[in-house]
Write a protein that binds this ligand. Structure first.
Ligand code: FAD
Length: 339
C-alpha cells in the first residue's frame, strides 16, 4: 500500500517553519518519576525549541504530578489521568501519545532508553507509520548533533553511527548515562489536563517480582564492582559483595556469571544487560568480551583484576592487577576496611 503523508495543519506549519517542538514522555514507577527522564529533557534541550512533558498516571492525586511540576526545562506538562495508565503498558500508552501527536503536531518525541521507553516509543512510531511515510524511531541515542542528526552505538558499541532522519516526526530514545542530568528546579511548571479516552486494555498486568537490595542501584551507582565466571560459585560471590559493601558500591556481573546462576540476571552488565557508566568500575575475573565491554566502557575509571595478563579487559582498564582474585580480594577488602 502506498502511504501518503497526512499532516494536520499544525504539523504542516511546523514543517514549513522547520520549528522544533518537543514532547517528552515522562516515565514513572511506584509513585516516583524516573531520574532517567532528565536525560530525555537534556537531549531535547540540545535539539532546541520548546519542550513539554507528557505524563500519564492512574489518578489525579498521584505524587508524580507534583514531581513533574518541578522539572526544569519544560514549558508545561500535559497530564492524562486514567486507571488504565497505572503500569504504563505500551498497548494503552502508545495510542495516547499518538492522539497527543495528532492534536499538537510535535516535531520530536523523546524518552529515556529504559525498558519502559523502549517499550512505548517504537510502538508509537509503528502506529504513526501506518498513516505516514518516513517515521522510524531512533534508539539509544548518545549525542544530539541537531534536531535531525543523532549519534548512536551499533554492533554492541563497537561502532558509532551518525544518523539523519528525514521524516517530519523524530521519535528518539536516549541513553540515560550519555547525558548530563540537570538538577530539578523549584519552578512551577503548569499542568494542562488532557481528557484521555484510553484504548481498550489488551494486556493485563499480573504481577512483578523485584529483587530487594540495600546496595545502590546498578544503573545509578558511582562505583560498580562486577564479578565474572572466575568466581566459580554463588557462594564465592560473597567476596564481590564484601568489597562492594566496603566501597558503598553496586554489584554487577558478566553474563557467564549470570548464566551459571551465581547471581540474578538483573545484575548483568553488557550488550544484553545493563549499560553503566559509573565513576569507578572494578571488573574481577572477567575476560573483557566485547559484549561485556559494551556495557561498561564509558566508565570514568576502570580497574581490572585477572590472573591472565593477556586478558582483553586490560586493553580497556586504566589500572590492572594481575593475580588470583581469591588471594587479592580478601586482602584488598581488609585493607580498605582499615582505612
Ligand atoms: P570468561 O570469558 O570465562 O572469563 C573469565 C576470566 O576470569 C578469564 O579472563 C580468566 O583469566 C579470569 N580468571 C579465571 N580464574 C581467575 C582467578 N582465580 N583470578 C582472577 N582471574 C581469573 N556477556 C556479558 O558479560 N554481558 C552481556 O550483556 C553479554 N551479552 C552477550 C550477547 C550475545 C549475543 C553473546 C553472543 C554473548 C554475550 N555475552 C555477554 C557473553 C560474552 O561473550 C562472554 O561470554 C562473557 O562476557 C564472559 O564472561 P566472563 O568474562 O565472566 O567469563
Amino acid at each position: 500500500k502506498t502511504k501518503t503523508p497526512k499532516h494536520d495543519t499544525v504539523t504542516m506549519f511546523r514543517i514549513w517553519r522547520r520549528q522544533i517542538s518537543s514532547a517528552i514522555f515522562l516515565e514513572h514507577a511506584k509513585g516516583k518519576l524516573a531520574t532517567a527522564n532528565l536525560a530525555a529533557i537534556a537531549a531535547a534541550r540540545k535539539a532546541g525549541g520548546e519542550a513539554v512533558g507528557v505524563l500519564a498516571v492512574d489518578n489525579a492525586t498521584s505524587p508524580v504530578i507534583e514531581e513533574a511540576k518541578k522539572l526544569s526545562g519544560l514549558t508545561k506538562v500535559i497530564l492524562a489521568t486514567h486507571p488504565n495508565y497505572e503500569k504504563l503498558l505500551p498497548e494503552v500508552t502508545a495510542p495516547l501519545l499518538v492522539a497527543l501527536q495528532k492534536q499538537h503536531g510535535f516535531s520530536h518525541w523523546w524518552a529515556a532508553h529504559t525498558s519502559i521507553g523502549k517499550n512505548i516509543l517504537p510502538r508509537m512510531a509503528g502506529l504513526l507509520a501506518q498513516d505516514e511515510e518516513g517515521i522510524a524511531p531512533v534508539a539509544d541515542v548518545t549525542e544530539v548533533v541537531d534536531g535531525s542528526t543523532f549519534v548512536r552505538p551499533i554492533y554492541a558499541g563497537n561502532a558509532i553511527t551518525t544518523v539523519k532522519t528525514s521524516g517530519s516526526i523524530n521519535i528518539v530514545t536516549v541513553r540515560p548515562t550519555a547525558f548530563k542530568l540537570d538538577e530539578m528546579a523549584t519552578a512551577q511548571v503548569p499542568i494542562e489536563e488532557y481528557k484521555a479516552e484510553p484504548a481498550e486494555m489488551l494486556t493485563k498486568w499480573e504481577s512483578e517480582e523485584l529483587s530487594k537490595s540495600d546496595r545502590p542501584d546498578l544503573g545509578a551507582a558511582t562505583i560498580v564492582v562486577s564479578g565474572g565466571r572466575a568466581l566459580k560459585s554463588a557462594d564465592n560471590f560473597k567476596l564481590i559483595y564484601e568489597l562492594a559493601d566496603t566501597l558503598g558500591a553496586a554489584v554487577g556481573a558478566s553474563r557467564a556469571a549470570v548464566d551459571a546462576g551465581y547471581v540474578a540476571n538483573d545484575l548483568q552488565v553488557g550488550q544484553t544487560g545493563k549499560v553503566v557508566a559509573p565513576k569507578l568500575y572494578i571488573a574481577i575475573g572477567i575476560s573483557g568480551a566485547i559484549q561485556h565491554v559494551a556495557g561498561m566502557k564509558d566508565s570514568k575509571t576502570i580497574i581490572a583484576i585477572n590472573k591472565d595478563p593477556d586478558a582483553p579487559i586490560f586493553q580497556f582498564a586504566d589500572y590492572g592487577l594481575v593475580g588470583d582474585l581469591f588471594t587479592i580480594l580478601p586482602e584488598l577488602t581488609k585493607k580498605l576496611k582499615q582505612q
